[in-house]
Design a protein around this ligand. Sequence first.
Ligand SMILES: *Cc1c(COP(=O)(O)O)cnc(C)c1O
Length: 429
Amino acid sequence: MTDRQLGFDTLQIHAGAHPDPATGARQTPIYQTTAYVFRDADHAAALFNLQEVGYIYSRLTNPTVSVLAERIATLEGGAGAVCCSSGHAAQIMALFPLMAPGRNVVVSTRLYGGSITQFSQTIKRFGWSAKFVDMDDVEAVKAAIDDDTRAIFCESIANPGGYITDLPAMAAVADEAGLPLIVDNTTATPYLCNPIALGATLVVHSTTKYLTGNGTVTGGCVVDSGKFDWSASDKFPSLSAPEPAYHGLVFHEALGPMAYTFHSIAIGLRDLGMTMNPQAAHYTLMGIETLSLRMERHVANAGKLATWLENDPRIDVVTYPGLASSPYHGRIASVCPKGAGALFTFGVKGGYEACVKLVDALELFSHVANLGDTRSLIIHPASTTHRQLPPEQQEAAGAAPNMVRVSIGIEDVDDLIADLDQALAKATA
Ligand SMILES: *Cc1c(COP(=O)(O)O)cnc(C)c1O
């Protein structure tokens, strides 16, 4: 058993977890504590010097949260991971060790609406900026990189529009430029897509979505591959040079492949405080145990529903990459071989008005700003998540006024089809 490479279905249940040493509890306890008693003064000093790994204070690390971090790192094939309070927190945490005032990140035009706002507006307050590029245009991505660029950021399967990023191509561009590729793998999950195996340096998640899977808690995670050579250039001084925020420690020299993860805990969580709480980690650990089973059903249901919609005369277009008609169908084999996820958009004849009526007429589908729940969800991005974007950014993000986005759940697919059928009848009457 010991030298056996365990399968995904086993790791999603066991990775990172051990029976509780104090009680033998089989399920991971919720360690509802703020602080941890030091054995003695030397132990305390060793912990603060990062010479010994252990618990100090729950803003930094907590045993329940650590099990989740190790589980996600294992499923993603990473060296280490840090859990955060939300997916958006994870994105800031991912950039934090890399960026400084005046630095930029090259990002895809096809991102979650909230990420577009975070990158185009809010990060400017830190003196950072983002350059938005169509990642189907490899030359444009190369051209956008300049001396101040510190990372390339994209989503594996992009929210909301049924788009698959050519991750091997983006990894090659990042490699050539000596930059880390950061992939938001929220909508694919490590079951469908393994960005690190395809060349990504960092993977970020909104664990709020499929990893938890039941719509109960917000959370995020940053996974480091441990493979990037932070010392190959002078671009990443927080990792490769004495870090003034941690008494001059040279993280890469001292911690090797764990440099980025330790920096994210010792400085990122310490000073930004975007910490996941143990209750949230518990709910996500419960969810992640069934990730592969849920994803299989999500993908199967999405395929059947997308096919049904594509053949319906009330529908203009369906953007599911699982359909042969999708321009991104050909990328499934190389990027997400177990399926193209369960998130897609479709265009309703009748435009904005019909979309609004459709959303209101549905009975099983919930009208919510969320995705990756066991329940089927629908939203009209142009009137909600993407309404703050100008029309051309809405189009580029796949959120035109006639499009609705669905996150297909794991219910009986015939019930979902019946619900859409009755609501489309009302919306297009
Ligand atoms: C939801 C989401 C986020 C943001 O995550 P929160 O947990 O809501 O902060 C980021 N990226 C993608 C792709 C998402 O779906």
